[in-house]
Design a protein around this ligand. Structure first.
Ligand code: EPU
Length: 357
């Protein structure tokens, strides 16, 4: 059912005041078709929204928002070593991760507890604790909004390679931005478990768990448990402190830029970036959290906005002042003040991570 003038404040984890012209819940492809026909008739942009965990919603959105609930998990192929599972875009991400671990399909365990739904995962190529979802995606199925019409939906699919995955980026944020609704994602998962422990804090936490539980083998459920423990400690719960996860991307630089930077800031943390396709082009990351902390923003509050006391990369919307009506404009103004301070001090230009709608 299509609703008019819908308040989206409870539907975005930053809890920004926002109202959309129209909003529909999409449980199946027929509802998606009807919704697209409505948008076209009303000349409204069609914008899919999952759990609203990686968005900055403008105060007034002149568009038709789709709450994508497409469900289902189907095994489409199996070999001795791998399974291919097609998962509906509306499935909760963490539930899918835990389901895959229970089914003994491996690879997703480092990505436990990331907020959002499956359909959003390829768009910004979600990643954490040494793993990016791009390495586990076989293909992405979607509907092309421009070619769909009252006579039918225009289905399309891209292989992982065609998705042009990069650090927090994909074709769905570039050439195909605003042109598609992702309906399902096909994952290629391993039947044999190999722990990915390149992130030092994860390895440390696992060792602790192994000792506590007196175990002698690591399994995927234990890796997920360690990831959940680290995330719960470091990242604020949006239900208590509204936020959209990392608010800026880390700074990606090459060896020469790193050398110049380290001459001036010898103690700065830096990490080698080992994405299989981009290692040569990028090379190193400087944590944006460190740059922001150095500029004095960690734990600081300005009006109803601030950067978290334990993770300087997470922008918090404090909602203790009930008369305030904080929206995208205030958030972007505050973010701009951080971008300006970091640029002035370090010369790097931070890029916002959540998408503005
Ligand atoms: N650091 C600081 N100050 C802080 C926090 C961190 O100086 O307040 C420095 C430390 O040197 C630390 C380094 O930053 O070693 C990296 O911090 P952390 O491991 O917490 O990760 P991150 O680079 O800040 C990225 C992702 C997170 C993901 C973590 C863990 C991005 C934009 N963010 O954050 O993803 O969970 O790594 O792998 O790449 C998200 O995208 O919403 C998200 C939470």
């Amino acid at each position: 059912m299509i609703k008019r003038n819908v308040n989206l404040q409870a539907r975005n984890t930053l809890r920004l005041a926002s109202t959309a012209n129209a909003c529909s819940e999409i449980n199946n492809l027929e509802e998606l078709h009807q919704a697209i026909i409505f948008s076209q008739a009303e000349s409204l942009a069609t914008i899919p929204l999952g759990e609203g965990s990686n968005v900055i919603l403008q105060k007034s959105i002149d568009a038709h928002i789709l709450d994508i609930r497409l469900c289902g998990m189907t095994k489409t192929k199996e070999t001795e070593s791998h399974v291919w599972i097609e998962v509906g875009a509306g499935v909760n991400w963490h539930e899918w991760v835990m389901h895959s671990i229970n089914a003994q399909w491996f690879g997703l365990e480092n990505l436990a507890l990331i907020p959002g739904r499956v359909g959003a995962a390829p768009i910004q190529n979600i990643g954490a604790y040494g793993c990016e979802v791009s390495s586990l995606i076989d293909s992405v199925n979607f509907v092309n909004l421009q070619s769909s019409s009252s006579t039918g939906l225009a289905f399309d699919s891209l292989t992982a390679e065609q998705c042009q995955f990069a650090y927090r980026d994909s074709v769905f944020k570039q050439e195909l931005a605003s042109k598609t609704v992702i309906t399902s994602v096909v994952f290629k998962l391993d039947k044999i478990f190999t722990p990915q422990l390149s992130y030092p804090a994860l390895k440390g936490r696992l060792e602790q768990l192994i000792e506590q539980k007196k175990l002698d083998v690591i399994d995927a459920a234990l890796v997920a448990e360690a990831v959940i423990a680290i995330r719960s400690e470091k990242l604020p719960d949006p239900k208590k402190l509204p936020n959209a996860g990392s608010f800026f991307k880390n700074i990606a630089i090459n060896q020469q830029q790193l050398n110049t930077f380290l001459e001036r800031h010898p103690n700065a943390p830096h990490f080698q970036y080992t994405h299989k396709d981009l290692a040569d082009k990028i090379g190193y990351k400087i944590p944006a959290a460190w740059l922001i902390e150095q500029c004095g923003f960690k734990g600081q509050r300005s009006g109803d906005l601030g950067m978290h006391k334990d993770q300087a990369l997470v922008l918090i919307h404090y909602r203790d002042n009930t008369t305030a009506d904080t929206g995208a404009v205030e958030v972007i103004r505050f973010a701009d003040s951080i971008i300006a301070a970091v640029k002035e001090r370090f010369g790097f230009i931070l890029e916002r991570e959540p998408q503005t709608i």
